[in-house]
Design a protein around this ligand. Structure first.
Ligand SMILES: [Ca+2]
Ligand SMILES: [Ca+2]
Length: 221
């Protein structure tokens, strides 16, 4: 075997070893357990901070908020190395997305676990015309330019307050993120940084509610 063939054979061997190495280390999901799930139909706010009920469209949710933190505290979680957080939120009234002019935005919403922020984005409920459109970052992290209501799971509900008499001014989103986490205790918090400088009643102008929260403890090995 000449040197060229020999080096090629070594390269193939190395490649096969690499592939073998990769496949032997493929991670598998060993366990997946729902540790908390609440759609508020049982009027249960145990573990909640700053929770308050709101009936919206015949559904009990937690809301509504304008730049107020809410959180849920869990303890005694089973052994895990990942946490999956799924939040269903309602975005009410005149959210302006990425707008950065006239004191209207950007309208950011975010959540985190313990002391770490996991996801920060913006939402827009404004009509989008070819000549004028206030884009939103969701489903991406802030800052990204997506059309209003991109990624929503429901768009045909009326507003809550400012646009309570108008259809299509509450938008429902389901947001799901997996994070590294192993502590037996956790605190999942949510908040917004809404800009409504020109509004006489900012809470009525734009707000959000939480319709459902599910937390799963995963073990990946
Ligand atoms: Ca607004
Ligand atoms: Ca705004």
């Amino acid at each position: 075997m000449d040197y060229y063939k020999w080096s090629k054979a070594v390269k193939i061997l190395l490649l096969l070893m690499t592939l073998g190495f990769v496949s032997s280390c493929t991670e598998t999901l060993e366990s997946e357990q729902v540790v908390y799930s609440n759609d508020f139909s049982n009027l249960d706010l145990a573990g909640f901070e700053n929770g308050r009920f709101l009936i919206f469209e015949n559904d009990t949710v937690v809301g509504y908020y304008h730049n107020e933190e809410i959180a849920v505290n869990l303890s005694g979680l089973p052994s895990h190395n990942l946490l999956k957080v799924t939040l269903e939120i309602l975005v009410h009234d005149s959210w302006d997305g990425n707008a950065s002019d006239n004191g209207n935005g950007p309208d950011q919403w975010f959540f985190g676990v313990d002391d770490e922020e996991v996801f920060r984005t913006t939402f827009s409920n404004t009509p989008c015309e070819s000549t004028y459109c206030l884009y939103q970052s969701y489903p991406d992290h802030f800052f990204k330019q997506n059309r209003p209501k991109t990624g929503a799971i429901q768009t045909n509900m009326p507003g809550l307050c400012l646009f309570g008499a108008f259809p299509n001014y509450t938008t429902r989103y389901s947001i799901s993120k997996i994070i590294e986490h192993s502590n037996p205790n956790s605190r999942v918090y949510m908040n917004s940084e809404l800009v409504a400088d020109n509004a006489t009643d900012p809470l009525c102008d734009e707000s959000w509610s939480l319709a459902k929260i599910t937390i799963e403890a995963l073990t990946l090995k």
